[in-house]
Design a protein around this ligand. Structure first.
Ligand code: CDP
Length: 235
């Protein structure tokens, strides 16, 4: 067999999913899709338009109709892609603390998930894709041929996110980052529809003590081993 055709990476906030996913996609020449961006975009649009976050029907309508475009980077400022909502570049706005604070409530609404999962599956089924999120291996692309679940201690993840924010000049205290992340983890893991958890056939990697390079190498080794295994069986 060749390389895995569809790769799913799931895990909690700041577990290293985006960095790993992006590097893997670049290495394999695959499309990189960060599904969290879609939930963030719906949340951002609701905040911008003054739609109450508690209004499930309105949020669902927004997820179904939002003019959302995710394209290769248009500015070299560290971004991995450019996100536009109604034609407006919102790439960095999606990372604002108010979006962080509201996104898990929005992403728990079944109608929002239905609409965004449909968009994500359409992209994923084309193949040659690395898709990153919370429910890719379990719900969006259960047929993915390589599923990775990244995890790390909460404090380590919060520290990584704090440093990212500092590097971008955002002045948010560490305690606040930690608390938002704790709440988001609890909501993502506890929701009824598509909760955050590893798929039964996912490879779970703890990144607490691994840097980006270490995680990347482990996954490359995993892919190489899978290729050997299947060519052995086939041959
Ligand atoms: O980058 P970070 O891990 O902090 O978050 P993200 O991947 O951008 O996801 C933001 C939020 O969107 C998560 O906390 C989830 O509530 C939601 N999400 C989801 O429910 N399902 C996905 N496939 C991706 C994100």
């Amino acid at each position: 067999m060749g390389l895995p055709w569809r790769i799913a990476i799931d895990g909690p906030a700041a577990s290293g999913k985006s960095t790993l996913g992006q590097r893997l996609a670049a290495h394999l020449g695959y499309l990189y899709v960060d599904t969290g961006v879609m939930y963030r975009a719906v949340t951002w649009a609701a905040l911008r338009r003054g739609v109450p976050i508690a209004d499930e029907a309105a949020l669902t309508g927004l997820a179904e109709t939002l003019d959302l475009d995710i394209a290769p980077p248009t500015v070299q400022d560290g971004r991995l892609y450019t996100v536009r909502v109604d034609g407006e570049d919102v790439t960095w706005d999606l990372r604002r603390p108010e979006v962080d604070a509201a996104v898990s409530q929005v992403s728990a609404y079944p109608g929002v998930r239905r609409a965004l999962t449909r968009r994500q599956r359409q992209i994923g089924l084309r193949g040659r894709v690395v898709m990153v999120g919370r429910d890719i291996g379990t719900v969006v692309l259960p047929e993915a041929d390589l599923k990775i679940y990244l995890d790390a201690r909460l404090e380590t993840r919060a520290w990584r996110r704090y440093q990212e924010l500092q590097a971008r000049g955002a002045d948010v205290p560490f305690e606040a980052v930690l608390e938002t992340m704790r709440q988001r983890d609890a909501l993502d893991q506890g929701r009824e529809v598509a909760p955050l958890r590893p798929a039964p056939d996912a490879v779970v990697l703890d990144t607490t003590a691994l840097d980006i390079e270490g995680v990347f190498q482990k996954v490359l080794d995993l892919i190489a081993a899978r290729c050997r295994e299947t060519s052995h069986v086939a041959g």
